[in-house]
Design a protein around this ligand. Structure first.
Ligand code: NAD
Ligand code: UD1
Length: 374
């Protein structure tokens, strides 16, 4: 696609105020750190469907303020409530939206498809309509490598076919990408980047923020950390008979801070160019097996993870890793963090906060050298 530089013509200002939906969540909160550090003013919203928080606000975002020394404006708001979201756009001159807010549990999505279609699709539709009515046409969307389904070739490039997906959650991402295609063709004012994340893991190196979902989770790294902490007895490895070097599933794990910097890079591109709709893979380009990840985790954390091999998990693919060349060439973005750092940083977060964020109305404690002062 031809990318036309509108900055030179003086028609496109750089972005100042960024609305971050799902800002209290795992990736959103880490991204806010980078956005604030890059000089953006952040307005974050979340309905706490899958994040700790209450009417007092979000402990994750209070920690972000602690890390950055800067203020983050936060609203408890639901994308399904159009007037709530409209009021926020009335109050703040939003230049661009980073849309993280979605439900993402694959198992739950199969049991409650309407909940997922309503939250993820209707939430997006509401947001796009409110953006249009406020003359805001710039967006970065959280998509997923799940839209590729079972890979036909590896590494996966952005032109790999999409849509052959086995779960409802993944289909919501696919449907939204299709909707964004139609929208960007019909109305040239839209300027959207869809980022297809591979497997985000790790935490901010301070150990102050990390992953603390309120819904049941089944992803490998958080589960492994629970086993290492003694909260779960054993890590079940789903399948050791895959056509991979050690028989276990292979994925492209990416440090959440690398993912965060990918969003700042996407904003920079959007603020200088009219892209219509562009899609980028955010991954490291390296496939790592379940066994390899467990071994690195054990080594850097000096723990032992008891394993139990079981049958393959329904809907799992054999192997998936990214070709991230397009993001390197056009976003000027590359990953910096190693698998060791992903494990070390996740473990620091887990050990400093074994029960996650402080729950209801508990003041954020000051943590120095891994010890809490309150
Ligand atoms: P998360 O659940 O930690 O964050 C999403 C946040 O959105 C949550 O805090 C939740 O409370 C909020 N939310 C959900 N519905 C909302 C609504 N209607 N109104 C307001 N807030 C709402 O998940 P995450 O891991 O940070 O993922 C962020 C985005 O990235 C999601 O869109 C997810 O689908 C996508 N993604 C995540 C992964 C992953 O493995 N974490 C991989 C690929 C894509
Ligand atoms: C899962 C989701 C996918 C989502 C992605 C985001 C499923 C089927 N897919 O993908 O839609 O985009 O998270 O990160 O849930 N594993 C074990 N034991 C465990 C947990 C996982 O062996 O207890 C294995 C899995 O079989 C897989 C690997 O670890 O080989 C990674 O699993 P997981 O973290 O759940 O991510 P994905 O399956 O890639």
């Amino acid at each position: 696609m031809c990318i036309k530089n509108l900055l030179q013509t003086g028609t496109m200002p750089r972005f100042k105020t960024i609305l971050v939906t799902g800002g209290a969540g795992y990736i959103g909160s880490h991204c806010v750190v980078d956005l604030v550090n890059a000089g953006h003013e952040v307005v974050a919203i979340d309905n706490f469907a899958n994040a700790v928080g209450d009417d007092e606000g979000s402990p994750a975002l209070r920690r972000v303020e602690e890390i950055t020394g800067k203020k983050v404006t936060f609203y408890k708001a639901d994308l399904l409530n159009k007037s709530q979201i409209g009021d926020i756009f009335d109050k703040h001159p939003i230049d661009c939206v980073i849309h993280f807010a979605a439900l993402k549990a694959v198992g739950e999505s199969m049991q409650q498809p309407l909940l997922y279609y309503q939250n993820n699709l209707l939430g997006m539709l509401n947001l796009l309509e409110i953006m249009r009515s406020h003359n805001c046409f710039q967006m970065v969307f959280s998509s997923s490598c799940t839209v590729y389904g079972e890979p036909k070739h590896l590494p996966i490039t952005e032109d790999h076919p999409t849509g052959n997906i086995t779960n409802v959650y993944g289909r919501t991402k696919y449907f939204i990408e299709e909707m964004l295609k139609d929208l960007s063709i019909a109305d040239k004012r839209w300027n959207i980047i869809s980022l297809r994340y591979f497997n985000p893991v790790g935490a901010h190196p301070s150990g102050l923020i990390g992953e603390d979902p309120t819904k049941e989770f089944t992803n490998l790294m958080p589960f492994m950390a629970q086993v290492a902490l003694g909260k779960k007895p054993v890590l079940t490895v789903f399948g050791n008979d895959y056509q991979t070097p050690d028989g276990t599933g292979v994925r492209d794990y990416i440090h959440v801070m690398d993912l965060a910097s990918g969003h700042v890079a996407a904003l920079n591109l959007l603020s200088e160019n009219h892209v219509g709709l562009k899609v980028y893979n955010l991954g490291t380009g390296r496939g790592v097996s379940v066994k390899e990840l467990v071994e690195v985790f054990e080594k850097v954390t000096s723990t032992k993870i008891p394993l139990q091999y079981e049958a393959r998990r329904l809907g799992d693919i054999t192997a998936m890793w990214a070709d991230a060349t397009l993001a390197k060439n056009e976003l000027h973005w590359v990953t910096k963090h190693t698998i060791e750092e992903m494990c070390t940083d996740f473990w620091r977060w887990q050990t400093m906060n074994p029960d996650g964020y402080p729950k209801k109305n508990v003041k954020t404690s000051v943590i120095v050298n891994g010890k809490s002062s309150s």
